[in-house]
Design a protein around this ligand. Structure first.
Ligand code: GDP
Ligand code: IMO
Ligand code: MG
Length: 423
């Protein structure tokens, strides 16, 4: 059994919390794309954990975590994260593996990501600066360095020389930055080799064997549907495929093996970084929601832009990902609002458009038609049964379900593992 969990908005939907909640009933949690740009928060035993590369389910001590080939793996970030978690009592012995064919994010990818984004000036994407786009660019440019290359020092040196030939020229002649010294980099990174050798496996073969033996796998998506490189608000996107299809290419499993696809959506919408956001709230309420929802980036600390729930995009996400069900998070954050709005329709130059437009130039200029709902005042963060929610909260959930045409199977009302209502 393979269940894919995917974000249906612009990331930060609460995937980490949902993965942690579901992981207890699974054997393996597998990250399939993205890199250290992700920040997945889990609150357990009153402690907060933020996962960047390590799968979010590993607080359950018998769950195995794997990083698939679709992930871009920054060894520096990975080891820091691993050490921090180990220092907090998490034991990874024999239960953490990385794909030998995953690409490495190396220091020059991060430097280039930051200077390239700054160079765009007004057209800046606002990337996380974690070297994501530049690592994927090298992967597709066939000058990437993979885990297996790194394991053999001679091959690593050869690959670095190929990758750095043009980059060092650019650093020196164009960006006026210092160049990367291959020997120094090889020396600095040699401390990671022993550990990488222990962790590197053929993840595809491992997962297919696990499936064969009846194990249950949770595929953890990072980012969200509208940050997808193909279907998101290009160019204001990440450089991978967070959508459910990415789980197949990013883990090496056949689409025939996927048994369930779960979407995660916030009860409102947030976005961090630049790019169009039709239901963004332009008045004081933006700040109010940010404070109530503690909407600050888990990776970069940047304030997140806040807006109303956009049923048009989530409906598109349901189609694109083939959602079997939807989980709504952060419903508790909406308590106390007199009116809650939901974007239900777009107009472009006066004409109604009945779905999310793939043309970003259109999407940037749509006008949104809203439906307004009456709010509720009660604090709902300890409600554990759908029927005990305030009537208006129930109505809100039922209406979203109808608008996005997908069964809502759970509602999260707080950041802790137990603050969830199953339906
Ligand atoms: P992810 O990237 O999708 O895993 O989401 P993030 O961890 O970046 O952001 C979600 C934030 O909301 C985190 O701070 C979570 O602890 C928090 N969170 C998750 N679910 C809920 C919820 O139902 N209610 C509240 N108030 N906070 C939540
Ligand atoms: P999780 O997994 C929200 C955004 C960045 C930027 C754009 C491109 O926690 O939901 P990148 O560094 O990927 O090249 O940046 O994508 N972004 C995210 N926004 N949640 C994330 O991850 C994100 N990862 C990248 O802010 O706009
Ligand atoms: Mg996040």
């Amino acid at each position: 059994m393979v269940t894919v969990v995917v974000g249906t908005q612009w990331g930060d939907e609460g995937k980490g919390k949902i993965i942690d909640t579901l992981a207890g009933q699974h054997d393996i949690v597998a990250r399939y794309q993205g890199g250290a740009n992700a920040g997945h928060t889990v609150v357990w035993n009153n402690q907060k954990f933020v996962f960047h590369l390590i799968p979010s389910g590993l607080l359950h001590h018998n769950v195995v975590g794997v990083l698939g080939n679709g992930v871009v793996l920054d060894p520096f970030s990975f080891f820091h994260e691993m050490t921090d978690l180990e220092n907090r009592g998490i034991d990874f012995t024999n239960r953490l593996f990385i794909a030998e064919n995953a690409h490495l994010t190396l220091p020059y990818h991060k430097i280039l990501d930051q200077i390239e984004d700054n160079k765009r000036g007004k057209e800046k994407l606002g990337t996380t600066g974690r070297g994501i786009g530049t690592t994927y660019a090298d992967k597709y440019g066939r000058i990437g360095v993979r885990v297996a290359d790194f394991l053999n020092e001679e091959v690593f040196v050869k690959k670095l020389n190929i990758a750095l030939e043009l980059k060092n020229y650019l650093f020196q002649q164009y960006y006026r930055e210092s160049t990367i010294n291959v020997e120094q980099l090889v020396e600095e990174y040699s401390k990671y080799r022993k550990k990488f050798r222990e962790l590197a496996i053929d993840v595809s073969a491992y997962l297919n064997d696990a499936i064969e033996h009846g194990k249950t796998i949770l595929a953890e998506g990072a980012q969200g549907t509208f940050l997808d490189i193909d279907f998101g608000t290009y160019p204001y996107v990440t450089a991978s495929n967070p959508i459910s299809g990415g789980a197949c290419t990013g883990l090496g499993i056949s689409p025939k093996k996927i048994t369930k696809i779960i979407g995660v959506a916030k009860a409102y919408t947030t976005r961090v970084g630049m790019g169009p956001f039709p239901t963004e709230i332009k008045d004081d309420l933006n700040e109010k929601l940010r404070t109530a929802g503690n909407e600050f980036g888990a990776t970069t600390g940047r304030p997140r832009r806040c807006g109303w729930f956009d049923a048009v995009i989530v409906k598109y996400a349901a189609m694109l990902n083939g959602l079997d069900e939807l989980i709504i998070t952060k419903l508790d954050v909406l308590s106390g609002l007199k009116t809650i709005k939901v974007g239900v329709k777009y107009y472009y130059k006066g004409d109604e458009i009945n779905k999310y437009p793939l043309d970003t130039n259109v999407f940037e200029n749509v006008e949104v038609e809203y439906k307004a709902f009456q709010g509720w005042d009660e604090n709902i963060s300890s409600v554990s049964d759908f029927y005990h929610l305030p009537a208006n909260a129930k109505k809100y959930i039922e209406k979203i379900e109808e608008l996005v045409n997908t069964k809502i199977t759970a509602i999260s009302v707080g950041s802790s593992r137990d603050q969830i209502i199953s339906r």
